[in-house]
Design a binder for this molecule. Sequence first.
Ligand SMILES: NC(=O)C1=CN([C@@H]2O[C@H](COP(=O)(O)OP(=O)(O)OC[C@H]3O[C@@H](n4cnc5c(N)ncnc54)[C@H](OP(=O)(O)O)[C@@H]3O)[C@@H](O)[C@H]2O)C=CC1
Ligand SMILES: O=C(CO)[C@@H](O)[C@H](O)[C@@H](O)C(=O)O
Length: 254
Amino acid sequence: MDLPKTPSFRLDGQRALIAGASSGIGLGCATALAEAGAEVTLIARRADRLDAITEEMRSRGWAAQSLPMDITDMAVVEQAVAENGPFDILLNAAGLARHSPAVDTELADYDAVMDINVRAAYFLTRTVAKGLIAAGRPGSLINISSQMGHVGGPDRAVYCATKHAVEGMTKSMALEWGPKGIRVNTICPTFILTELTQPTFDDPAKRAWIEDKIKLGRVGAVADIMGAAVYLASEASSLVTGTSILVDGGWTAD
Ligand SMILES: NC(=O)C1=CN([C@@H]2O[C@H](COP(=O)(O)OP(=O)(O)OC[C@H]3O[C@@H](n4cnc5c(N)ncnc54)[C@H](OP(=O)(O)O)[C@@H]3O)[C@@H](O)[C@H]2O)C=CC1
Ligand SMILES: O=C(CO)[C@@H](O)[C@H](O)[C@@H](O)C(=O)O
């Protein structure tokens, strides 16, 4: 008797653009996509880090190039995607957080977090989509949102607003581009130990709050996000669009 064919999680022949690839979740996802066979192009501002990462990837036999840039500069992004695309996969992990009680939020902090987490994410996603549409190719576009795109967090009104915005734009883009075979999804991590969250984890009261909220009893690691990235990028998720994968250890189930 024939058994159903398991869809492939391999990404051979796929071209992936990873933003925020110089550290943390972006670096982890870039590694996972490259190991799964994708040719990866890495974006971040720290060129020295990207060069070291691509060198290490190439030494493992993976195809990798670095493309240092600030993704809040839309003209630079558009030119880079035009010259180096089209990309079959986008994994956008570039992001920022600045926390304060809502009554104390400074306008400059509000603008900085909105600029990268929403404005840059929006235009990067649509720039990659435009390249795919022009080439008549399908694709998988993934933004790293957050569990904070589904719930609130104390002192995190601006950050939560940006991640809820990413969830909304994902659904709308998925509706528009679904007929063209372009899927759009988010991954929503809980607290993962990275450069971004180190100050939060260094505060014993905040660490205790996190450990209490994550029902699986441990804080997150970058490796916890890597499998979701490969799944959403691959044909294994070919009927998945306009949604999010929560990798939150049970936080939002509470
Ligand atoms: N860590 C966590 O607990 C969680 C994180 N997230 C989200 O995941 C994403 C990644 O966070 P995390 O890995 O923790 O943080 P990191 O600070 O480790 O990584 C952020 C990445 O974004 C890049 N970046 C920041 N600003 C820009 C810019 N203007 N242009 C290009 N690249 C930029 C940084 O590179 P460079 O400085 O070299 O430019 C870096 O590679 C963020 O969107 C965050 O909100 C979501 C849920 C949980
Ligand atoms: O999204 C997150 C957790 O779900 C993290 O990025 C944090 O909010 C982080 O910004 C922090 O609080 O340190």
